[in-house]
Design a protein around this ligand. Sequence first.
Ligand SMILES: [Zn+2]
Length: 431
Amino acid sequence: MTRYLEADLTWTGERFEPGVRIGIGKDGRIASVGTEALPGESAIERLPGRALLPGFVNVHSHAFQRGLRGRGETCPAGAAGSFWTWREAMYGLVEKMTEERISELSYQAFREMRAAGITTVGEFHYLHHEGPGADFAFDDAILEAAERAGIRLVLLEAYYRTGGIGTPLSPAQRRFDGVSPAAYWRQMDALGGRLGRDQTLGAVVHSVRAANLGELGEIYREARRRGLVFHIHVEEQQKEIEDCLAAYGKRPMEALLGACGGAEGITAVHCTHTAPDDLVRFLGGGGTACICPATEGNLGDGLPDLAGFVAAHGEAAARLALGTDSNARISFLEEMRWLEYGQRVRTETRGALRDATGAVAPVLLKAATLGGARSLGIEAGEIRPGAWADLVEIDLACPALDGWEPETLLPSLIFGGGNAEIAGTWVGGRR
Ligand SMILES: [Zn+2]
């Protein structure tokens, strides 16, 4: 039995249109999209005063770091802070973590994501163990918290084996231990049997700091064989680049591409300091770059140079995705506008991320939806038959949108909105 939804306006890929009926099958997928009259008109569920967008896809989150909100914001006495001083605060949180606490923090973060219009989260999960051994107790806490929050989850199970290149894990990192690639895949198999309806897996090596290149390539190849996406942090920090050059004579992106033999199916998170040529090679070879603007701002990491890629390939949205990363702030509309604002601030020009017509907002929306879905290997991010019925309802009566017209609604929302405009979310056809 198909249900039908009709909002005042529906985003159909290029524009908002009135009178669009979205048919939702009982499998939770979109069965039809159209404006034709239906036999049972009275059965249509109307959403007056609402516009519908595809649900936002948050490609990169560490849900437990929600516990640091407001706590990592005081710099050490007498010195400016950095990513590395923030990391000490994060490790303090890690040391005290319990299964109950990670479940509570993850639930809190996932609920907040839904309120921000996010219907899928890629949880880049490296904090695995509760006890002194490798018990992977925290993995199930993530599955359970996502199920409870009703968010679609791609559990990006992370392999973490070295504390830095060629160095053992520090005591603060013991809870991340991936043990060995064989133990990692055993855990992936076990998790595969415990996934909920809206849950899938992705493979991860934390960074070139966290595993040797042989293991990195081995895990990537097995992920490809299994049809899984592969994610890794790349070049967020200058120190990572210096260490990688010292150890391998290559920058991390070059080392990654060498170890994997290509970029297909890889999402590189951050790419903050990636050389423009490396970024063009990576994205042109089928990779996706996930940018986390609010977190890069909060941590003082910097922002990538996307202008080179845009110049070489035109519209960049299909190769970009967005993440809330440290969850210091959860607002996906804010992430979208800062994807563009970051480039404006870097280049003192407007419209680094524009389409052929010069419009910016649709490009930002694509990164937040289709680009994310591609990165996570899910059928979502657009309102089309066959995709999951993952939707965001926008409240057209919100004061920040006053004065909207169908053509200005999307930029009004992305450049002027926050979370107050999000009236509801649908995941797999369930509100
Ligand atoms: Zn991260």
